[in-house]
Design a protein around this ligand. Structure first.
Ligand code: NAD
Length: 436
C-alpha cells in the first residue's frame, strides 16, 4: 500500500517508520525543511529510544521517503494519514490551523480515491467538518473517505506503543475506508473499535482526560497526606491493588505536562462549555495541576527562607515533562523555573537532552546556566529540585553531594527517592505527600 503521512513530528515519524517496516511504501511529508533534511540523512529530529535504529534500518530500504513537497506526497498516497499538531489556543480550544492547511492542500492536489485518516487529536465534530469541507472544495465526495484514527502512543515508548497498540480506534461512515485501514493495521494484532467519527474523537479526549484526572486526584490526596503525615506512595499502592482502580497514573508529583494532557483537558473543557455543559471535574483536574508546582515550591521556599540568604542558587534536575523524551512542552519543570527566577541569582539546569541555553525556553536569560555534570549543577547550590525522574538521577550519591551544596536541601518533585535514604545521607528532603 502507498501511504503518505503528513506531519513528521513525534506521531508522524513514528507512524511512518513503523508502516515502512511493515513493507508499505511510505512518504513522510512535512513543511519543516530542516526536519525533512535531517530525516533524509537518517537522523531522528527528537529523542525516542529504538526509533533511531529502525530509522537507520529503513533508511536505505527504498520503503521510506521524506519530502517537503506536500502536494506530490498527497498525489502519491492511496492512504493519507494526518499527524499535524493541534496545540491549544489561548482560550483552550484546539488550534486547527495546521489541519485546515492540510485540508486545503488535499483539496488542491487530490487526483484519485484516497482514504484520509486523521491521527491528530481533534475536537468532536472535526472529522465530520473535514469530510464536508473537502466535499465542498473538491466538488465531490466520491474521491475520498475520512476516518478518525486517534493515536495513543506515549513519548518515551512510542515505538513499542505503535507496534503493540492496546486498541485501534477507527471512526467513520465508510466501511470501504475502514476495511482498508484495518488491513493495514492487522499485523499489529490489536483489538479494533469501529465506530462513528464523534465517538472515536471522544474516546481519545476522554482517555487523556481520565489519565490526567487520576494524576490530579492523587496529587490532591498528596496535599492531604502532607498535612496528616501519611505517605501518598503507600496510599497509591493500597488503592492500586484494587483492580477496579489500577495502579497506573497514581504517582503523586509536581503535575502532568507534555504536548497532550494539558491541551486535551483544556480542549475537552472548551467543547463541554460550548455545549452548555459545566465540566466541573475537568476544571478541577486543571486547577489542581496548575497549582501543584506552586504548592510544592512554597514548601521549598519556606525551608529556604529559614536556612539560606536570598538570592538563591537552585539546581534543577530535569526539564523535560517526563524522562526518555526531549519534549519540554508544558513541562511542570518550566513552571517551576519561571516561578523561581525572581528569587534566584542562578538556576542551573541538568537534563540529558539539553546541552546549551538555546535548548531551553530561556536562551538569553543570564540567570539560567546549563550544566553537564551533577557536581557542576549542585556545587554551592542552596537547594535542588528533582523535576524529571531520569534514570541517571537515580544513581546520584546524595551523601557525597552534602559537602558540595551550600545547603543540602532537595525538593523531590517525583517522589523518586526514599525519605529514609535521604535522611541518612544528610539531605533536608521534601517530597510530595510523604513524611520527610
Ligand atoms: N506526541 C504525542 O505523544 C502524541 C500522542 C498521541 C497523539 N498526539 C497528537 O498527534 C498530533 C501530532 O502530535 P506531535 O506530538 O507528533 O506533534 P509535532 O508538533 O511533533 O509534529 C507536528 C508536525 O506537523 C508538521 N506540520 C504542520 N503543518 C503541516 C502541514 N501543513 N503539512 C505538513 N506538515 C505540517 C509540523 O512541522 C510538525 O513537524 C497532535 O494532535 C497530538 O495531540 C500526540
Amino acid at each position: 500500500m502507498k501511504i503518505t503521512v503528513i506531519g513528521s513530528g513525534y506521531v508522524g515519524t513514528t507512524t511512518a517508520i513503523v508502516l515502512a517496516s511493515m513493507h508499505h511504501q511510505v512518504i513522510s511529508a512535512d513543511v519543516d525543511r530542516g526536519k525533512v533534511e535531517k530525516l533524509r540523512r537518517g537522523v531522528l529530529p527528537f529523542v525516542e529510544s529504538g526509533l533511531d535504529k529502525l530509522l537507520c534500518e529503513m533508511h536505505g530500504s527504498g520503503q521510506l521517503e521524506f519530502t517537503s513537497n506536500i502536494e506530490a506526497a498527497i498525489r502519491d498516497g492511496q492512504v493519507i494519514i494526518i499527524t499535524v499538531g493541534t496545540p491549544s489556543l489561548p482560550d483552550g480550544r484546539a488550534d486547527l490551523r495546521y489541519l485546515q492547511t492540510v485540508a486545503d492542500t488535499i483539496a488542491g492536489s487530490i487526483n484519485e480515491y484516497k482514504v484520509i485518516a486523521v491521527k491528530s487529536t481533534v475536537p468532536v465534530g472535526t472529522n465530520r467538518w473535514l469530510s464536508e469541507y473537502l466535499a465542498e472544495k473538491i466538488g465531490t465526495a466520491e474521491l475520498f473517505d475520512v476516518v478518525s484514527n486517534p493515536e495513543f502512543l506515549r513519548e518515551g515508548s512510542a515505538l513499542y506503543d505503535t507496534l503493540h497498540p492496546e486498541r485501534t480506534v477507527l471512526g467513520g461512515n465508510s466501511s470501504r475506508a475502514m476495511a482498508i485501514l484495518q488491513e493495514i493495521y492487522k499485523p499489529l494484532d490489536s483489538g479494533f473499535i469501529l465506530t462513528d467519527w464523534e465517538t472515536a474523537e471522544l474516546i481519545k479526549y476522554a482517555s487523556n482526560a481520565f489519565l490526567a484526572t487520576k494524576i490530579s486526584f492523587i496529587n490532591e490526596v498528596a496535599r492531604t497526606a502532607d498535612q496528616v503525615g501519611a505517605d501518598v506512595t503507600t496510599v497509591a499502592r493500597g488503592m492500586g491493588m484494587d483492580t477496579r482502580i489500577g495502579s497506573q497514573f497514581l504517582k503523586a508529583g509536581i503535575g502532568y505536562g507534555g504536548s497532550c494532557f494539558p491541551k486535551d483537558v483544556k480542549a475537552l473543557i472548551h467543547t463541554a462549555k460550548e455545549l452548555g455543559i459545566d465540566p466541573k471535574i475537568l476544571e478541577a483536574v486543571e486547577a489542581v495541576n496548575r497549582t501543584q508546582t506552586e504548592y510544592y515550591l512554597n514548601k521549598l521556599t519556606d525551608v529556604l527562607l529559614a536556612n539560606a540568604k536570598k538570592p538563591w542558587t537552585i539546581a534543577v534536575l530535569g526539564l523535560t515533562f517526563k524522562p526518555d523524551t526531549d519534549d519540554q512542552r508544558e513541562s511542570p519543570a518550566i513552571r517551576m523555573v519561571e516561578q523561581l527566577l525572581e528569587h534566584c541569582i542562578e538556576i542551573r539546569i541538568l537534563d540529558p537532552t539539553i546541552q546549551m541555553p538555546t535548548q531551553t525556553p530561556w536562551p538569553d536569560e543570564p540567570k539560567i546556566a546549563v550544566c553537564s555534570t551533577i557536581e557542576e549543577t549542585l556545587s554551592a547550590a542552596d537547594a535542588a529540585i528533582l523535576c524529571t525522574e531520569w534514570e541517571q538521577f537515580g544513581k546520584i550519591n546524595w551523601k557525597e553531594t552534602v559537602p558540595i551544596m551550600r545547603h543540602p536541601i532537595l525538593l523531590d518533585g517525583r517522589n523518586y527517592y526514599e525519605p529514609e535514604h535521604m535522611k541518612a545521607a544528610g539531605i533536608h528532603y521534601i517530597a510530595v505527600g510523604r513524611r520527610s
